[in-house]
Design a protein around this ligand. Sequence first.
Ligand code: GLC
Length: 543
Amino acid sequence: MTEHAVEWWRHAVVYQIYPRSFQDSNGDGIGDLDGIIQRLDYLNDGTPDSLGVDAIWLSPTFPSPMADFGYDVSDYCDVHPDFGTLETMDRLIAECHRRGMKLLLDWVPNHTSDQHPWFLESRASRNNPKRDWYFWRDARPDGSMPNNWRSVFGGPAWTQAEETGQYYLHSFLREQPDLNWRNPEVERAMHDTLRFWLDRGVDGFRIDVMGMIVKHPDLADNPPNPDWKPGDRERSRYRSVNNRNYPDVYDAVKRIRSVFDEYDDRMAVGEVFGSSDEIAAFYGDDDEPGLHLAFNFQLINEMESEATHWEAQALQRIVQNAEAAMPRDAQPCYAVGNHDRSRFISRHNGDGRGLERARAAVVMQMGLRNTPFVYYGEEIGMEDVDIPEEQLKDPARIRTTGRDPERTPMQWDASPGRGFTESEPWLPFGKLERNVADQVDDPDSLLSLYRRAIHFRKTTPALLDGGHREIAAPSDVFAWVRWAQGAPAVAVAVNIARDPREVAFPGGGTICLATDRALEGMAVDRNIVVPPLGAIMVQQPAR
Ligand code: GLC
C-alpha cells in the first residue's frame, strides 16, 4: 500500500471522551460540546506539546432520558440539550477537521430508549404498525417469562407492559427495549440514522454491543452454562449463544458496513465480545468487509483476574491469538480502558504500584500492532473515585459501585472546580494531585510519557505499518519487534517483574522511548537491563 492510500484509522490514536465529564462551559456541572471545543488544543494543536491524538470518540450525545446516561437514545438525529445543539455539533465537527482530527460518535443500534417515539407507538397496541419493531411475546403457558434470557445488568431480560399484558425484550435496563433487526423497516430506519450524521461530516462511529443486534429467529432459550456455580454472576448462568454473536449478526454487520462505504474515509469500530475468532469474524472477509475495527477486551478481562493479573505470558497469548485470528489486512484494537471498566491504575494497584504499570502499559499500547484508544484522564493517571452511595448515579450495578468511579470529571488543574466547572460537578472529583496543570511541564510525568509515546508512534513507520513478531525474552518480559520494509525496526520490551530483567536485542540499537526517561537516547550493544515494571523501545539500525 502506498502512503497516501493508507486509511487514516490505521495510523490514528483515538481519544475517548465521556462528554458529561470533559469540560463544562455553561456552569451546570455537566460537560458539554462547547467545552470540548475549548479543549481541542490540549488534544492536538499540531505540535508535540499537545497530546497528539488524531481522532475523538464521543460517548452518546443524543437526546436521552439518561436512564443509562445516553445509551438509551430517544432521538438518533439530534443533540441532548445538556450537551448543546445540532449547531454546536456542526461547529465541533468543523473545529476537529480544521485541526486535522476526526470525530466519531457512538451509535446504539441494539436498543432505543423506552421514550423513543418508535417504542411509544410500539407499546400502544398489539396491532400497531411499529409493534414488530421491538420484541413482544406472551408469557409461557405456565406463566413464566417468554424465554430464559437475562439482562446484562441483572434480572430477567423481559418486562410486562400494562397496555397489552405482553412482555418486551430488553438486554439491558427495562428503559432500553431491544430493536428487532430482522424487520427490514427497522434496519432501513437505523441505516438512515447513520446517514444523517455521515452527511453532516462525522467520520464514523463506535458501535455499541454490535454482536447482540440479531438474535435467534425464535428467541430460543439459552443452554445452561455447565461451569456456572452458585455465587457466580447470575448473567453467566446460561451461555448467551442465542442472543450474542448469533451467526446471522455478521450479515447485518456487512450491510452496516456498506452504508459507511457510501462515503469516503469513514470508519466503524464495534464493541464486541467473545473469543479471538468471534472478534475476527466481525471484520468480515475478503469478499465482503465487516467492521473496520473491533475491540478486543481480553487485555482488560484477563488482567482483571487474579491468576493473570499483569502477567507476561497472558499478554503474549492474547496478542498471539489476536494476530493469528485476524483476517488478512485487518488491524487489532486492544481496549485498555473505557467508561464501563475500572481505571487502569485501579485495576493494577494491589501493591500500590499501579502508576508504574500504567507507564509501561502506554509504551505497550503504542508499540503493539493496533489502533490505540485512550480513555480520557488515563493520560494523567486518574483512578477510580470512591463515591458515597448517595451520590452514585449509574443505575447499572454490574459492579457494586456501578460505573461512576471511572466517569468522574477530567482534572485540568488543582482549583476547586478542577478547571472542569465553576459550579458543583455532577460526580465528585478524584485525587487532587492527578491533574493536567501539574503534569504538563514535568518531563517525567505520565502525561509527558503519553505525549512522547504518541509522537514517537506517529513518526515511526515500523510502528505505524510494521508487522509483529515475538522475540525471545525472560518469562516475565513481554517482548516483540515491529518491522517494515526499508525502515528501522523497533523492538519493545515490557518488564512485568518487580525486579530488573535483562533482555537481549541482537543487533543492538538506540533506546528511543522508555518509562524511565533517563534511558532514552542510550545506545544498546546487545543486552539491556529493563527496570522493574518498566518498558523500553529500541530502534534498531536499518538493514
Ligand atoms: C455498552 C456500553 C455501556 C452501555 C451498554 C448498553 O456496553 O458501553 O455503557 O451501558 O452498552 O447500551
